[in-house]
Design a protein around this ligand. Sequence first.
Ligand code: FMN
Length: 328
Amino acid sequence: MPEQVLRDVPASAVSRLLRECLRAAIQAPSIHNTQPWLFRLRTGALDVLADRRRQLRALDPDGRALHVSIGAALLNLQVALHARGWASRLLLLPDPGQRDLCATVTITRSTPPSPLGRALAAAIGRRHSNRRPFAPVPVPDADLTALVAAAMAEDASLLVPDPSTRQGVLALVRAADRQQRSDGRYRTELAAWTFPVRGQADGVPPSCSGPRPDQARVPLRDFGLVHDGHRKSARFERAPTIAVLYSRGDEPADWLRAGMALQRVLLTATARGLATTLMTQPVEIPSLRAHLVAPHEPRIAQAVLRLGYARPVPATPRRTVASVLLDA
Ligand SMILES: Cc1cc2nc3c(=O)[nH]c(=O)nc-3n(C[C@H](O)[C@H](O)[C@H](O)COP(=O)(O)O)c2cc1C
């Protein structure tokens, strides 16, 4: 694969720029905050790799959620490069012989950042999963329309169910959550990624798990299930605004693209002052996921989102750039 190093820009400057943008990449959401990514800087290019040691074997045996997480990091990279005035080219799964090489990013040319691009870049550090109750206020149509457009820009679609369909989707989330909670392997895995140790650089700490979810209203994943199962519940909104993200296919490249679409939707929501939470439990259980199939293309469900207004929450920790950077 020929590497595209910019004429007039020294390779060392390109590497420095890519390294800088890694700080944005690693702020992406990831399943259970596993941060299942590794990066390798080459001359003028960046390889993005899956770290299979961080794959959730019980929840994610096929590595779908792992790829969605990496896709979100890829979108952050692109957005960060764009905001610094650079267009990039992304090759997904460039080498069939190396299945863990998810993408290669090269910088192609300088380009003035758009106002939207700047706004999305500014949202990267402000986007956090918010598991608190949301205000009982509907999300304006203009915002929902912008989120739908964000998904479309990445060749995905976002469906905002009407109130009657919403109850059906929430019932699927609830059923999936119940099934996972009663699964010993799921609980053991969750316990490992929610270990309440201060200073841990990955996993979901108690400070980010929110109050005990109100399963009847908003069936959020309970990150305190194993270590903090008896913490207080709170009054959650009665009619949450939710949306379902769909992709065209269900192969690793589709999962990466779905992650990019998901992150564009989440950043757009953050830029518009919305809080977001993911509720992906039904997508993780094939028999329940089958009920989420959309009637039109794209039709494969990849995530359920909750949107609304809430007090800000603290950031979940991240590993350092140095600890996710491989030697070339
Ligand atoms: C594929 C995927 C699935 C996720 N599913 C859920 C979920 O079901 N419930 C939830 O509360 N968070 C979910 N998350 C959010 C992660 O837990 C979160 O991104 C991670 O803990 C880092 O925190 P942050 O989003 O605040 O940066 C998911 C994230 C990804 C990428």
